[in-house]
Design a protein around this ligand. Structure first.
Ligand SMILES: [Zn+2]
Length: 113
């Protein structure tokens, strides 16, 4: 695993300079994230082979479940169950792109040459 700061900033696992995703807007923006094919600095190919990111899906599922459990545990005491499910669904939708980005960036950093 490479530099943790590079994971947070979403940069290339090799040089730590090029961005993995196009970075207009913040990490929480609601538009679908677009990944660069290669690092703009060192030309490292992010999407190494077809199916390379398959495992990243599991990370994003895991994140979604963890987020839903956190929301449930936090709000469960104050909010009726029906509302709670509506809120959990909204959180799931809002965090989808965030999870997608973070899981792929993590994946690139864990499994690179
Ligand atoms: Zn690079």
């Amino acid at each position: 695993m490479s530099n943790f700061k590079w994971v947070l900033s979403g940069t290339c696992p090799i040089c730590g300079k090029g961005k993995v995703f196009e970075t207009k807007g913040s990490l929480l923006r609601l538009k679908a994230p677009v990944m660069h094919e290669r690092c703009s600095e060192c030309n490292y190919k992010f999407d190494k082979e077809p199916g390379y990111f398959f495992g990243a899906m599991y990370i994003s599922y895991g994140m979604a479940i963890a987020e839903l459990i956190a929301v449930f545990l936090l709000l469960n005491w104050f909010i009726p169950l029906g509302w709670l499910f509506a809120i959990m669904f909204t959180v799931l939708m809002l965090s989808m792109f965030f999870n997608y980005r973070v899981s792929r960036i993590l994946w690139i950093h864990i499994f690179h040459e």
